[in-house]
Design a protein around this ligand. Sequence first.
Ligand SMILES: [Zn+2]
Length: 288
Amino acid sequence: MPELPEVETVTRTLNIIAAGKTIQSVKVSLPRIIQKPSEPEVFAAALTGHTIEKVERRGKFIRFVLDGLVMVSHLRMEGRYGLFAADDPVEKHTHVRFRFTDGTELRYKDVRQFGTMHLFESGEEFRQPPLVKLGLEPLEDEFTLEALRSRLASRTSKIKPLLLNQEYIVGLGNIYVDEALHSAGIHPETTADRLKPEQWRKLHLSIRATLERAVEAGGSSIKSYVNGQGDPGSFQHQLLVYGRKNEPCPSCGDPIIKTVVGGRGTHYCGACQPLPKARRSAASAPLR
Ligand SMILES: [Zn+2]
């Protein structure tokens, strides 16, 4: 599933290929992609005649900002956009086509069919699902060390699932959480309330640094991700732990461990990311 760096890359590309274009017609061939309004014909009619002013990202969502309307798109597993000439042959699994007045067409293709689109009046999109409950943007000024700690530090859940929860911080998925925790030297099963001040400081820095480097590299191409112009990202070559089971840790050389945390495949280094010792009060812990 694309995470912040991949969605950011797609968003930037959409700004280049689609902003400034006026929609002449919309064709929906898989109605369930359109979540709001419920009828695809209403969705198509509402967009007709509107111009895409800019394209922005909120968490893992893409916001197409039009004159008076906002379309919120989520790529989920394998959704992707591409710009074509209107008379280009339509590839298989193309579910939504936005025909522009200049003779080009933005096409949404989604092999797994999990992607979604919601249409709102401008400004309404932040008051309703799917954007209403989203948390901090980790690349914005609002993502301070204090903001991170105030949301998570008292929680007794494991740090990895907390970082995956989009209601606290947006944009992180399985790849970048594993990477950020490795950079910060934190075991993914450490409960948030046991992290030391120094670890919070490292985690805050590593989340931002990991995402910034990945955005710079155009995201990671794992499985089928490509940006809107068909170019793969290159950050997969810089990954430290994700997908590197049994390979040497880039910091210490120990083999990377793969386990499951909160139901998600998880990569970490046992030496660089030690689990804090059990609390003395933990009943079964042997006393020395
Ligand atoms: Zn290591």
